[in-house]
Design a protein around this ligand. Structure first.
Ligand SMILES: Cc1cc2nc3c(=O)[nH]c(=O)nc-3n(C[C@H](O)[C@H](O)[C@H](O)COP(=O)(O)OP(=O)(O)OC[C@H]3O[C@@H](n4cnc5c(N)ncnc54)[C@H](O)[C@@H]3O)c2cc1C
Length: 377
């Protein structure tokens, strides 16, 4: 297997890096973080104009019809720049929930072109407090009448739900296992839906609580019924794991570069601190963790598109490993910066805190290592 990126993917990587260096420097990240919405509609529009929000949306719905590897390449750059806002919620979670909702063509026709054009924001509501996405953790109830569905429950840590036009929601019609799970398209302005942003250490994202109180939906709102609901959801959460791993890869690389730059220029005892072995070892450890992990991300994205039977295992491996590496790398980078690296004024905190979000979202490393053990036998 050839593990190199294609020419088009390298072009996407370079153009994304250049664009984000111009449009989303750390000063912009800080300004955006300070707004109540936590995102810049202008930047989102520009990303949509570049085709990014429709990258994995089929061409017939206005997207570019590319694969998860292309999206992972892009997400690595977004992580590198610590881009704030609902790109992940919309272009990964929302878009792929709809793409995998086979049989819900009306909803696809309604939402996917708007998402691709940057006119609508979307997200996915799965978690209800448990740290890991399992079927039993979905307790939001769905009851059915002759003409409608009615949803009741509380979803937690829903990324950027406060600005999402569409909240794809997992609910259950029966039992406690995967067979009872369905997916629904819930417009945020539906009566009975209340969204409350939750305080979080990473201010480049806005996790929210979404309360659904007797939310009445037409029959056409069901994106996937049982048992297809859990299958579709598993595909989307695997994609979430791969793209979070890619974001972690980009963030780790950036933290390493910042730490090495600092060690080269900051002088102590009459020489750059990078000349001391203690710091060289730390930098070498970062490189030796980051470089081999790149292939885990690329393979997981490739498997998602081409080897669906191995996709879950590869996604779990990438998520566990890369988020561990991201935490360790940002930790070491803060140490290499000394006292200044710990402060609010220094930009290293942006990546340090984003690593914390990446670590827990969609299951932590312990959960994914257990998945790896189960899926490997
Ligand atoms: C919140 C906070 C709590 C703290 N608590 C304590 C505490 O409880 N006790 C305490 O003693 N200090 C404490 N400090 C101070 C901390 O130990 C210093 O910040 C640290 O010594 C780094 O110094 P500096 O900021 O001047 O970094 P710099 O001197 O700029 O050094 C940058 C990096 O290079 C490393 N470095 C510098 N010179 C060498 C060398 N010769 N060989 C190898 N590596 C080198 C430093 O360790 C650091 O990682 C605290 C600082 C903060 C921000």
């Amino acid at each position: 297997m050839d593990f190199a990126l294609s020419e088009e993917q390298e072009l996407l990587q370079q153009s994304a890096r250049d664009f984000l260096a111009r449009e989303c420097a750390p000063t912009v990240v800080r300004q955006t973080m300070a707004t109540p919405e936590g995102y810049s509609p202008a930047l989102h529009q520009k990303m949509a104009a570049l085709g990014w929000t429709g990258l994995v949306i089929p061409e017939k719905f206005g997207g570019l019809g590319l694969g998860l590897l292309d999206l992972a390449v892009l997400c690595e750059e977004l992580g590198r720049a610590a881009v704030p806002g609902p790109f992940f919620a919309t272009a990964v979670l929302g878009a792929l929930s709809l793409v995998h909702a086979r049989g819900a063509t009306a909803q696809q026709k309604l939402w996917l072109p708007q998402i691709a054009a940057g006119e609508a924001l979307a997200t996915l509501a799965v978690s209800e407090g448990e740290p890991c996405p399992t079927p039993a953790a979905i307790r939001t109830r769905c009851t059915s009448t002759r003409s409608s569905f009615r949803l009741s429950g509380t979803k937690l840590f829903v990324p950027d739900a406060h600005v999402a036009d569409l909240i794809v929601t997992a609910a259950r019609t029966r039992g406690r296992d995967a067979d009872g799970v369905c997916l629904f398209a819930v417009p945020r302005d539906t009566p009975g839906v209340t969204v409350r942003p939750l305080p979080d250490v990473d201010q480049t994202r806005r996790p929210c609580a979404v309360e659904l109180r007797d939310v009445e939906l037409p029959k056409s709102a069901r994106l996937a019924d049982e048992p297809a609901g859990w299958r579709a959801l598993s595909r989307v959460t695997d994609a979430a794991c791969v793209t979070i791993a890619a974001d972690s890869l980009g963030g780790s690389q950036r933290a390493l570069e910042m730490a090495v730059d600092y060690a080269r220029t900051r002088e102590q005892f009459g020489r750059p601190i990078g000349s001391f072995q203690a710091l060289k070892h730390m930098a070498a450890e970062m490189v030796s963790e980051i470089e081999p992990a790149r292939s885990l991300v690329w393979y997981a994205a490739y498997a998602y598109d081409h080897e669906p039977r191995r996709a879950g295992l590869a996604a779990a491996m990438a998520k566990a490993r890369l988020t561990d590496i991201y935490s360790r790398t940002t930790n070491r980078a803060v140490q290499m910066h000394g006292g200044i690296g710990f402060t609010w004024e220094h930009d290293m905190q942006l990546w340090f805190k984003r690593a914390l979000w990446n670590r827990t979202a969609f299951g932590d490393a312990v959960f994914h290592r257990e998945r790896v053990a189960t899926l490997s036998v």
